[in-house]
Ligand binder design. Structure first.
Ligand code: NAG
Ligand code: NAG
Ligand code: NAG
Ligand code: NAG
Ligand code: NAG
Ligand code: NAG
Ligand code: NAG
Ligand code: NAG
Ligand code: NAG
Ligand code: NAG
Ligand code: NAG
Length: 869
């Protein structure tokens, strides 16, 4: 009988091994099994699982997740695969595998559901009334002694058919096998982005291998056996487990392809899925069930030596049809013809399963191997991932798991972001018809956090993010700027964003704390500016980056008004909410810091944009001089969250909104007294030193608590705190928060959970996690002007338990690649390599370690700077 490794075709990733793994691998699976059964009998541990080692074929780097039983709970156990456009969750079944499907644009709501849908906006006829309401709201706030107002519902609007991202049903793969399952193991290989399940029944070994290929725009699942032929296999499509999804029409497109047609709601978006099976040496037939209505059909495979299914899917959503030319319909063509073309081209150009697999792996590897990280971890091949996660709860600290979580963040972003749409609140993985928060693009921390680490980790995945702004935020956001704010230039969005241009301020009772957030566009401009700053991609800047920035900045330029509460001549936002906090007030620190940063980006990116609109630049500069900086030290030494000093020391709110300039922004981290100080407010002369500002931020951070408060126990709030502590150079607090997040907020499949033990998956902490880790190892915060040197700090908050490690291929702003290694808690090598083309954006760089400058260079093209310690 063949050993199980032969099932994988003896492919090259399964070759070089440490000795002990080699010994284990040459043992036939049956002997391994027998040995582990003996150890099972001898030990008092439960004997539920018989596999005691990571499986043959598991990455030798340890970079993977593995389990000894199939998954049952979607958010806790199942393993995700995806290519950005399609995604799937896999339980790793044996006799039956139930593949839960996603198509990135499959949403309920929008104009598909309600032809009068207008993005949750007011009507043009309401413009004058709204402008008057706004005036009254501002006056009330300014003239109230507390500088606040209780309610602004009159300017808010019901969300209408907001909709939700939805699951796309299930492919059921059933195999006619019986008998006890033994030697079961399933794993996700993060080096190659392939999931596998391996087991034996009646002495026959089986292996299933699944992945979603970006080059193919399809997902694939292959099954192989050591027997001469596979048992009979059936492939069917089911919606039974997704309540709310209508029954589809399932027909035989041809003898080896199922065609599934359905709508998400009636009326609603249309989707189609093609399920095509290949079975060398076997026979495939498609059988329609004559008594089923609507139609149903299944594929049956007999006598095949191996079989694989490929599925293709799409909807009739078109992101490019979300402007006035298309009457904001987002209506695209019926996806059928494109899917047929795609399927034909795949089969015309592919000769074998292994070539599909190889193309997938090389695509994934080419994107991810520009960067690597080590935290000095020792891979643990003896403990399944669920047990590693469980034991972390009693023994905090395990560099192997901490490293895995970093790589998992990279895996999830690459697997969810490379579509038409960016990674949403659940990446692209969602199983319900209506998911928590619509699995939408929540824009007061969550979508931002999704992309915090992308540039530094050298991941080229932001295209769909920026296209999404351009196509769905801007066109209707212009309308919202005009009608709701009486602002004639630019565009605006609020906190909750779907894929149908929901730009309105969502009314849901007295909901200003959620909805009154016209700074979502300003926060996203950090990402727009950073993309230029990290890549110096001028072509992109001129085509997309600059127009986005100019539009968002134009809006806020016109919207800022003079402070008529303190009468200090500064410009402020009003009415504003610090995200998810009452009160409704003016001059929120969060808004002011963000807008100041955005205005700096306008100045920094103006020349390179080739824009000749000097009037705009001058207006931005004038406003920037006059604006309130959002940096004020309050009565208990805190950095104030609002211009009025009403912060409560007991406020453990989950958001760190007023510390935005500490992380991920720079208004605090790179504070400059000469640029941001020097205002007189209410008789107080404010010209803080940088130390004073950082100390105040630290006091606020301490009082904000550890990310477990009355409002939530989410993972994202903890990793944000971890990143903020790292920014303050405090490795102890950084590590405490980071490990606290692992302890409380990550399931055994390493998905981040909304709260401890919850079944709500929310991907933000999966992505905020690597960002926080990077911020403890390398910092190079932005600066207000290109003439200010970039301050790079090496190992600013290295925890004791990562005493040796390395980062290869990190990117820092300026178009610079950094390789860094450290030993015994101290750096031993740093190498900076400046790109050959920096588009003229040459700057001074200072390299700092432990409070002193250890190197300086100017970022002339091609410069290499080596620092040895
Ligand atoms: C399937 O298993 C056989 C051995 O049983 C092996 O020769 C073949 O390469 C495997 N196919 C793939 C695609 O891994
Ligand atoms: C455009 O959309 C609106 C709803 O937003 C609808 O009332 C109107 O009939 C549509 N016009 C055309 C020409 O389709
Ligand atoms: C609306 O904007 C226009 C043009 O800037 C201005 O003339 C008008 O006074 C504004 N309306 C209100 C009520 O503020
Ligand atoms: C399933 O396998 C059993 C024997 O293992 C056989 O008797 C039965 O006919 C098979 N059923 C199908 C649908 O192939
Ligand atoms: C189609 O038939 C298969 C096999 O009987 C079944 O498992 C599946 O749920 C059916 N699909 C629908 C949508 O009813
Ligand atoms: C399913 O088939 C029925 C009957 O042919 C048809 O009326 C319906 O539009 C079809 N649904 C979809 C989503 O194609
Ligand atoms: C065919 O469909 C009918 C009605 O849904 C169902 O009762 C029957 O089990 C199906 N037959 C097969 C072979 O799936
Ligand atoms: C600010 O000026 C307004 C009149 O423009 C006045 O009513 C208000 O009392 C002043 N506030 C302060 C704090 O001076
Ligand atoms: C504020 O302080 C900085 C140095 O700390 C100094 O350069 C600047 O002149 C001061 N500004 C004013 C207005 O005093
Ligand atoms: C975190 O804070 C909560 C609430 O203050 C407290 O109950 C808990 O013990 C703290 N946990 C840790 C690990 O600090
Ligand atoms: C880190 O922060 C904690 C809590 O504020 C403090 O006790 C400790 O001294 C800080 N450590 C460093 C190195 O600043």
């Amino acid at each position: 009988m063949d050993s199980p490794i032969a099932l994988l075709g003896g492919r090259p990733w399964a070759v070089i091994l440490p000795l002990f793994r080699l010994i284990r691998r040459v043992l036939p699976q049956d002997i391994q099994l027998w040995l582990s059964q003996i150890s099972c009998i001898l030990s008092i541990s439960t004997c539920a699982s018989v596999i005691r080692f990571a499986p043959s074929g598991f990455p030798d780097s340890g970079n993977g997740l593995w389990y000894t039983s199939p998954g049952t709970k979607w958010a806790h156990d199942l393993l995700p695969i995806g290519n950005g456009h399609l995604a799937a969750m896999l339980p790793g079944g044996t006799t039956q595998e139930s593949i839960q499907l996603n198509i990135e644009s499959l949403w309920s709501g929008g104009p598909f559901q309600d032809p009068t849908y207008n993005g949750g906006n007011n009507l043009p006829s309401q413009r004058t009334q709204l402008a008057e309401d706004m005036q009254r709201i501002r006056q009330t706030i300014f003239s109230s002694p507390s500088g606040t107002i209780d309610n602004i519902a009159e300017i808010m609007t019901p969300a209408g058919a907001y909709g939700s991202y939805a699951g796309a049903g299930y492919i059921l793969v059933t195999m006619n096998t019986t008998g006890l399952v033994s030697g079961y193991v399933r794993w996700l290989d993060l080096d190659t982005a392939v999931q596998r399940t391996m087991w034996s029944q009646k002495g026959v070994h089986f292996v299933r291998e699944s992945f979603c290929s970006h080059p193919l725009q399809a997902c694939v699942q292959h099954i192989n056996t050591t027997a001469s032929t596979l048992p009979t296999l059936t492939y069917a499509y089911s919606v039974a487990a997704e309540t709310g999804l209508p029954l589809p029409n399932i027909t035989c497109f041809d003898s080896s392809t199922l065609r599934i047609r359905n709508v998400i709601l009636d009326p609603g978006m249309l989707y189609e899925i093609l399920v095509r099976v290949e079975a060398p040496g076997g026979k495939i037939s498609c059988t329609a069930n004559a008594s089923s209505s609507p139609s149903n059909a299944t594929l049956i495979v007999t006598h095949a030596s191996e079989a694989w299914v490929t599925w293709f899917g799409d909807t009739d959503y078109d992101i490019a049809a979300g402007d006035s030319t298309s009457n904001f319909s987002f209506q695209g063509p019926d996806p059928h013809n494109n899917l047929i073309d795609l399927m034909s081209s795949v089969y015309a150009n592919t000769d074998s399963y292994t070539s599909i697999l190889d193309a997938h792996i090389s695509d994934y590897v080419s994107l991810t191997d520009r960067f690597s990280i080590s935290l000095g971890q020792t891979p643990d091949f003896k403990t399944p991932t669920d047990q590693i996660v469980a034991s972390y709860r009693s023994h905090i600290g395990n560099p192997y798991l901490e490293w895995l979580l970093f790589n998992y963040g990279r895996y999830l972003l690459v697997s969810s972001a490379r579509g038409i749409l960016p990674a949403n609140l659940q990446g692209k993985w969602a199983d319900a018809h209506s998911n928590a928060w619509g699995s939408d693009y929540y824009s007061n921390i969550n979508i931002q956090m999704n992309y915090w680490f992308a540039e530094m980790a050298n991941l080229d995945v932001t295209r769909s993010l920026f296209d999404y702004f351009e196509n769905t935020w801007v066109p209707r956001g212009r309308y919202t700027a005009e009608i709701l704010y009486n602002v004639s230039r630019g565009w605006v969005t609020h906190n909750e964003m779907n894929i149908f241009g929901h730009t309105g301020m969502k009314l849901s009772g007295n909901s200003a704390l959620w909805a009154n957030y016209p700074e979502s566009n300003a926060w996203m401009m950090i990402h727009i500016w950073d993309h230029l700053d990290y890549t110096n991609d001028v072509k992109w800047w001129r085509r997309q980056g600059w127009p986005l920035l100019k539009g968002a900045a134009s809006f806020h330029l016109e919207k800022l008004v003079e402070d008529l509460h303190f009468n200090d001549t500064t410009l402020v936002t009003v009415p504003c909410n610090s995200p998810e906090q009452t009160p409704i007030t003016f001059g929120c620190a969060h808004s002011q810091q963000l807008i100041w940063q955005m205005f700096n980006a306008v100045e920094k990116g103006f020349v390179i944009a080739g824009d000749s609109d000097i009037g705009f630049l001058d207006a931005i500069r004038t406003s920037r001089e006059k604006m309130d900086m959002g940096l004020r030290i309050g009565r208990w030494g805190q950095l104030q969250e609002w211009k009025v000093d009403i912060d409560q020391p007991t406020d453990t709110h989950r958001h760190l909104s007023h510390l935005i300039g500490l992380y991920p922004g720079y208004a605090i981290a790179s504070y400059s007294p000469s640029l941001q100080g020097g205002l007189t407010v209410g008789g107080t002369f404010m010209n803080y030193t940088k130390k004073q500002v950082l100390d105040a931020a630290e006091i606020s951070l301490i009082h904000r608590g550890n990310g477990t408060g009355p409002d939530a126990d989410a993972g994202w709030e903890k990793v944000w705190r971890a990143a903020a502590w790292a920014q303050l150079g405090n490795g102890t607090e950084f590590y405490k928060e980071l490990t606290y997040a692992i302890e409380r907020n990550f399931a055994q499949n390493l998905f981040s959970l909304y709260t401890y033990g919850s079944t709500i998956f929310q991907i933000d902490a999966n992505f905020g996690y690597p960002a926080a880790v990077l911020n403890a190892l390398i910092q190079a915060p932005d600066v207000a002007s290109m003439s200010i040197p970039l301050e790079v700090t090496l190992l600013p908050a290295l925890p004791l338990s990562w005493s040796s490690g390395s980062v290869r291929g990190a990117r820092i702003r300026g178009g610079i690649t950094l390789d860094l290694s450290w030993k015994r808690g101290k750096p031993n090598m740093a190498k900076f390599t400046v790109d050959d083309d920096v588009a003229g954006q040459v700057r001074d760089v200072n390299v700092n370690y432990a409070g002193r400058v250890v190197g300086r260079f100017r970022s002339n093209p091609g410069t290499i700077k080596n620092i040895r310690f």
